[in-house]
Design a protein around this ligand. Structure first.
Ligand code: SF4
Length: 346
């Protein structure tokens, strides 16, 4: 019999596998604790389970993990990038950022991305496959066990490679385990899912019990320019409507990410339209001056253009922050690490 990957099971699937072995349901909670709180990689270490159950688990399941093959630290800030390899040889990149005492793990949900947004380097590399839920969770687990102080609180952002809502089944499985008290026990404010925004999927997630915050990659103030930058993105009106409903339902603000591209979306009229469409709504705006990469078709705006944009936006828009990208000297922006490594292997 082929062994099953125990970390790829949802909480319900794990519980039914355990009750199917004539064990009590709460044993599956204990297994979650061993896997995700203690990070064990062998069933014989699960010492509060009977020897018989440990042997049965070992016969039927495997515990997956990721092998670290590269770690690079920034000279400019507290970020570090990690290139991790799955058993199947897939390269996955994960970034750990530190700012004002908070550590944030930026995780990938796909290898590559099929959406080809024109400002994004990941999009130029094509799409390989969706990550399984255990590959998503193992990125978090690897850093939690090896690079984060025990009991130190950390945040998770789905802002690495890929569009998480195109890998919904695996991402929702992972979210359930990130939320679970028996596993990572991460509250809503500690997890942010960043997406170009598929309104129908956001509506479904609004109705779900999963706890996380939402960030919409907006990047334009007219549908025409948004479609040019992000050919697969939905209209701005319906996207913001879905994000607003999500935010009101969770009693929180949704983040609107806006990558500033010189001469493209950083003009005074863009700032005025952005202020108009967000005024009085439960949003916060995160401006991200473009991080240039080799061959990029866009330029980063000057500080003067960024300041002008912020000054127009501030009086009417909800909370506005300018995010200075971390890890620019270590290719930590989405997709850059894996792509450089693959170029090296060619
Ligand atoms: S910005 Fe996000 S959705 Fe667009 S190509 Fe890059 S990874 Fe994909």
């Amino acid at each position: 019999m082929k062994k099953r990957n125990i970390k790829a099971l949802s909480i319900t699937e794990l519980a039914s596998a355990i009750t199917g072995l004539d064990e009590q349901r709460h044993r599956s909670d204990q297994i979650l604790q061993w896997l995700y709180q203690k990070g064990v990689t062998r069933f014989d270490r699960m010492t509060n389970l009977s020897l018989e159950l440990r042997r049965l688990l070992d016969k039927r399941f495997v515990i997956s993990s990721l092998e670290q093959i590269e770690e690079t630290h920034s000279n400019r800030d507290q970020s570090a990038k990690y290139l991790l390899r799955s058993e199947a040889g897939t390269l996955i990149e994960t970034v750990l950022m530190e700012s004002r005492g908070y550590q944030t793990i930026c995780i990938s949900s796909q290898v590559g991305c099929p959406l080809r947004c024109s400002f994004c380097r990941t999009g130029t590399g094509g799409f390989e496959r969706n990550l399984r839920s255990d590959e998503i969770l193992n990125q978090v687990l690897h850093l939690k066990m090896n690079r984060i102080e025990p009991r130190h609180r950390f945040n998770i952002v789905f802002m690495g490679m890929g569009e998480p809502l195109l890998n919904l089944e695996n991402v929702t499985k992972a979210l359930e385990i990130l939320n679970s008290q028996h596993a990572f026990a991460l509250a809503q404010k500690r997890i942010t899912l960043s997406t170009i925004g598929f309104p129908d999927i956001i509506e479904r997630l609004t109705a779900s019990p999963l706890k996380f915050g939402l960030a919409i990659s907006l990047n334009a103030t007219t549908d025409r320019s948004r479609r040019k930058l992000m050919p697969q993105a939905a209209g701005i009106g319906e996207t913001l409507q879905a994000a607003e409903s999500f935010a009101r339902n969770r009693r929180m603000r949704a983040t609107l990410e806006y990558v500033l591209l010189s001469g493209v979306n950083d003009r005074p009229e863009d700032a005025r339209r952005l202020a108009d469409m967000t005024h009085g709504r439960p949003f916060k705006i995160n401006l991200i001056p473009f991080n240039e990469w080799d061959g990029a078709p866009f330029k980063r705006p000057t500080e003067a253009r960024i300041d002008r944009f912020v000054k127009i936006l501030l009086p009417r828009a909800p909370a506005v922050t300018v995010r200075r990208s971390q890890g620019t000297d270590i290719d930590a922006a989405c997709g850059q690490l894996r792509m450089r490594r693959e170029r090296c292997r060619d």
